[in-house]
Design a protein around this ligand. Structure first.
Ligand code: PLP
Length: 637
């Protein structure tokens, strides 16, 4: 079967790359093979072609890699969460209400926080701050005094004062007590400033979660109070005459909780604690479940860590029902339920688009028809092993060629073989490995040693981005992201490859890909064409990826472009941020770039003085250095 003769369709790419499964209705493929995006899930009449957006970005002079945000996907997600809670509460006759609080740490970029507060206003969607800096950002961004401003994190006097000032300004600012030691200072500062604070406590639940961030919940969690410590807080507040200030119970199981059972268990336990606090006479009004609402990155809808076995609707119904079941039993009034969902709101709206710079294939050099007369004995043995290979002796042949390859190498190290002879030995070895890999495809079971042999021979596509900078969770915690080409999707992808980034660091690669059956080590890719860019996208990267990035190899922030899709399928560019220049990056690591340039000027002048270069050459070299300082940190064509 010749692959090129086979008819390949956009629909087959849709299946192959699992677009329907992970795309949540936002992504589809046009008949002409372009990946499309829509802000209205499932409705592709107004969808926009991603290659077309990319062309528009390049026309504006911005290079890849580029982080593309679709602003109205964020709107859709904020509405989805708020509407789903609304619907669940109505259908269950819940008497409280819902308020969202976007945790700034999930994506602190001003554009993101601004977009959340703008679209979230009609739902009074608030913010969550985990540090002083985040609180300062939140106080500057939030206008809506109906929304909550939840302050988590360990607090010093300055943090507490800022929170109390927010209360003075009319914000529903909640100071959540995370550690027993915080309370005396909060009481003291509240009295000093004459503010009645809204206080919360963070409880350590015994319910454990198995997500990858699971340590942040449960008994081993660093933050939060156990039952005895909460009772101490209550007693201290009673003594200070401030028990009515305690209005919120908070917990956070961890992010990306893939299993709904764990979410339900935590809700049930927290609801009991809430009822207990009401019983103690606290002024309880809010039950804050923290984050954890997961994103189905691999589209499998399972409790696998890159997935989730529930929908947003189901999450909302289960949470509301869980709270009601416990509180109704104890005749406790329904609270305002708060969630600090971050990932689920922002993951979908960003994608990283990057071009492939080159591809390496592991194809053995063609062997000569006949080995030379005086071929070394070890190479002859290698060659014999290769020729004897058949379905029944695969393992034996594999053992033999490993042995003879080592003999060849040793002979070379001892000066008994020329470099050219050693190269011939390598070629025979790799040719045999390829033949084994071809046979392995037809074998029902593979000897353990040979597992992964096809992956070992897959192509490497070198891509213009940095995993460390743009997909840090991919290497740090093995998080999977959907990755696929954004065009040529009506062509059959005939290669299998893994992706390497431009850092040439052995960790700077992606070799784990989403798959309906688990995790794949390679992904299907198209053959590169001369003089034509091949572009890939990494999707659902809006949460946690942008600010966790480090400056590995001094590759900086990518260009960022934000668009808004109109109903008629046209789109507007609503924001662009140029990525870091080399100069920016160097200054982050404390270089004084002016001084650097001056030093380089001197180096060049010395070269003129000693006659190595002419003054004109010096001028050109200095110009190249200056241009380099101002340039993009990524590969520029
Ligand atoms: C990280 C964090 C969140 C966000 O969790 P998501 O799973 O992204 O929704 C919420 N609350 C607290 C306290 C956090 O630390």
């Amino acid at each position: 079967m010749t692959p090129t003769l086979e008819r390949w369709t956009a629909e087959r790419s849709t299946e192959l790359y699992g677009v329907r499964e992970w795309g949540a209705g936002f992504f589809g493929i046009s008949p002409s093979g372009d990946l499309q995006v829509t802000a209205e899930p499932g409705n592709f009449s107004g969808a926009v072609s991603i290659p077309e957006i990319l062309a528009g970005i390049q026309d504006r002079g911005l290079d890849m890699p580029v982080l593309l945000r679709i602003e109205n996907i964020l709107d859709t997600q904020i509405s989805l969460l708020n509407d789903s809670f609304q619907t669940a509460m109505e259908s269950l006759a819940f008497k409280g209400s819902y308020l969202g609080a976007y945790p700034i740490k999930v994506n602190q970029q001003q554009q993101v926080v601004e977009a959340v507060t703008r679209h979230g206003k009609k739902y009074h969607h608030g913010l969550e701050a985990g540090s002083k800096a985040e609180l300062i950002a939140a106080m500057g961004m939030l206008r809506d005094t109906e929304a909550v401003l939840v302050c988590n994190g360990y607090k010093d006097e300055e943090f507490i004062d800022l929170g109390l000032h927010a209360t003075q300004l009319g914000f529903k600012c909640v100071l959540v007590i995370e550690m027993p030691g915080e309370l005396p200072l909060i009481i003291e500062r509240a009295k000093a400033l004459g503010v009645d604070p809204i206080l919360g406590v963070r409880v350590k639940l015994s319910a454990q979660a198995n997500g990858m961030w699971a340590e942040s919940g449960g008994d081993r969690s660093i933050f939060g109070l156990n039952a005895a410590q909460i009772i101490e807080v209550i007693d201290a507040l009673k003594d200070a005459g401030m028990l009515d200030c305690l209005q919120l119970l908070h917990y956070h199981l961890g992010s990306q909780i893939p299993n709904i059972r764990e979410i339900r268990n935590a809700v049930a336990e927290a609801s009991r604690v809430y009822a207990g606090l009401v019983g103690e006479g606290a002024g309880m009004r809010y039950l804050d479940l923290g984050g954890g609402l997961a994103v189905d990155y691999d589209g499998t809808q399972t409790n696998f860590m890159s997935s989730r076995n529930y929908s947003v609707d189901e999450y909302c119904v289960d949470v509301v029902e869980g709270v009601m079941t416990v509180l109704d039993e104890q005749n406790v009034p329904h609270p305002t339920i708060i969630t600090e969902s971050g990932r689920a709101l922002v993951a979908y709206y960003s994608m990283l688009l990057f071009n492939v710079l080159d591809a390496a294939r592991f194809e053995p050099e063609p062997l000569p028809d006949k080995l030379p007369e005086n071929t070394n004995i070890h190479i002859l043995h290698l060659h014999d092993a290769m020729q004897s290979l058949n379905l029944r002796n695969v393992q034996e042949c594999f053992n033999d060629i490993l042995y003879y390859r080592d003999e060849v190498r040793q002979a070379f190290a001892q000066g008994k073989l020329s470099f050219r002879e050693r190269a011939l030995g390598d070629s025979v070895f790799w040719e045999t490995i390829h033949r084994i890999a071809r046979l392995a495809k037809d074998m029902p079971t593979l000897p353990q040693e040979l597992e992964g042999i096809t992956e070992a021979l897959s192509d490497i596509y070198y891509c213009n981005f940095s995993v460390f900078q743009s997909l840090p969770d991919s290497w740090a915690i093995g998080q999977l992201f959907p990755i696929m080409p954004v065009h040529r999707l009506n062509e059959m992808p005939t290669r299998e490859g893994l992706l390497a980034d431009i850092t040439c660091d052995c960790d700077g690669k992606i070799d784990r890909f989403i798959d309906s059956q688990g995790v794949k080590r390679t992904m299907p890719l198209h053959e590169l064409k001369d003089n034509e860019e091949y572009c890939l996208g990494a999707f659902l990267v809006g949460a946690y990826q942008e600010t966790l990035g480090d400056l590995h190899n001094l590759l900086g922030d990518t260009n960022i472009v934000t668009i808004r899709i109109r109903e008629n399928g046209e789109f507007d560019f609503v924001g662009e941020l140029e990525g870091d220049s080399v100069e920016d990056i160097l200054s982050y690591v404390e270089y004084d770039t002016k001084a650097l340039l001056n030093r380089f000027r001197e180096t060049a002048e010395n070269a003129v003085r000693s006659g190595q270069i002419t003054p004109t050459q010096r001028r050109k070299i200095l110009q190249a250095y200056k241009d380099g300082l101002q340039g993009y940190t990524y590969f520029e064509r």
